[in-house]
Ligand binder design. Structure first.
Ligand code: SF4
Length: 409
């Protein structure tokens, strides 16, 4: 594993990071972590705090723009164009729209952008209003990701979400009225008491809205969360393993049957409206992370990869920037071998898999030559398909993603 080097005092980036030339045309995605939420959901371990006051938001904004400046200096912003922006969190919809506008203005002043960058904003139903939706649309945000999570009020309460299913539907309709034609709904399956019937009902209600994109993840129990405490105390129980697996299969089959193509293990799109930001990352693209706990990855001239991780929690992040220190720590170069492992980890999640040329570019060797025995085994088991252009898991292979990755990495 790479070693993390904490360098809060280092004002300059490592010399090898000065003006890196990409070895191939690598898209650069920008992720902005906006660390405010109304309340903490029971399952959440993200770095976010309750929104304090306008003064505190201004303090955070000042630090955030400073962080952006540091990142721009680090990688030589003149040499890279931003292909997508993802305003995530936290809950970006909770802060005033004019702050979002300031962020985008600042960003586009510093960086060159692709001609039609995808700009996504994550929004929660309880903090989204028609006025905000109009403002976001006018400022160029062209994709909305709604944190719906469940289409049933009992389940929303169980997850600790501060909105109702009715509010989620209203917000979706308001987003359409404001002109958004690219909307994702985030949903969670596998929460306590979830049955195949109740999930089918929720998924059907979500599909009736006809979003372009659906992200359906199974519930993860994160350490230190209220959910973990409730489960440990025996107050509630997760569905058993077989039910959890069947919830996953039901999601895949129902969505595909109704026209939402599964292009990634947990992500489905109609009419090829894939999330370009995530697609870039799954395809080994580079990314910048702005905000506390955000991660970045830049590919250097020699093909090695440098990573950055921003400090957190929020107070530490603010304190560093207010004392003119970079907010990030550097992670040692990932060797081409580590970069190749990551290419498999990310790329095999996609149903299209990985272009063989991309893997060769990153690893310096063809996967079939590199892992012949393992590849032959997986192909023989009907889990992997290799043709002249790509390496991909079959539908059955995706059901055994972890096992396939363990063999190949
Ligand atoms: S809204 Fe999202 S980031 Fe905020 S507490 Fe809930 S799950 Fe976490």
């Amino acid at each position: 594993m790479p070693t993390i080097k904490f360098q809060p005092q280092a004002a300059s980036p490592p010399t090898h990071l000065q003006h890196p030339e990409p070895i191939r045309k690598i898209p650069l995605a920008l992720y902005a972590h906006i660390p405010f939420c109304k309340v903490k959901c029971h399952y959440c371990a993200f770095d976010s705090v309750a929104v304090h006051s306008d003064t505190f938001i201004q303090r955070w904004l000042h630090a955030f723009l400073h962080d952006l400046q540091f990142q721009a200096q680090n990688i030589g912003q003149n040499r890279h164009r931003i292909s997508s922006i993802f305003l995530g969190g936290g809950t970006p919809s909770i802060i005033p729209a004019k702050i979002i506008e300031q962020i985008l203005e600042h960003l586009t002043t510093i960086w060159s952008m692709d001609d039609h960058p995808e700009i996504t904003l994550e929004a929660n139903p309880d903090s989204t209003t028609p006025a905000k939706l109009d403002a976001w649309h006018s400022m160029g945000i062209n994709r909305l990701s709604l944190g719906v999570q469940a289409m049933d009020d009992h389940r929303l309460a169980l997850l600790g979400r501060p909105h109702t299913a009715h509010q989620a539907r209203q917000t979706f309709e308001a987003a359409r009225n404001a002109g958004f034609d690219n909307i994702n709904l985030d949903l969670i399956h596998g929460s306590p008491g979830h049955t195949l019937d109740s999930w089918r009902h929720e998924l059907t209600r979500a599909m009736m809205l006809q979003p372009e994109h659906l992200s359906c993840y199974s519930l993860m129990v994160e350490s230190g969360t209220p959910l973990e405490r409730l489960l440990n105390s025996g107050t509630m129980q997760l569905p058993d393993e077989e039910t959890a697996a069947n919830l996953f299969f039901l999601t895949r089959d129902l969505l595909e049957d109704q026209g939402w193509e599964r292009y990634e293990i947990s992500n489905h799109a109609r009419n090829r409206r894939y999330c370009q930001h995530n697609l870039g990352i799954w395809r080994s693209g580079d990314y910048l992370g702005i905000g506390p706990s955000a991660h970045g990855k830049i590919t250097l001239e020699d093909g090695s990869v440098l990573r950055s991780i921003n400090h957190w929690p929020l107070e530490t992040y603010l304190d560093l920037l207010e004392h003119n220190h970079p907010p990030h720590c550097w992670v040692e170069h990932a060797s081409p071998k580590e970069a190749a492992a990551e290419c498999l980890l990310m790329g095999l999640r996609l149903t299209d898999g990985i272009p063989r040329a991309l893997y060769h570019d990153i690893a310096g060797i063809d996967l079939v030559d590199h892992k012949k025995k393992e590849v032959d085994f997986l192909v023989g088991e009907g889990l992997l398909v290799i043709d002249s252009c790509s390496i991909r898991l079959t539908s059955r292979g995706l059901d055994f993603l972890d096992e396939c990755l363990t063999r190949l990495i």
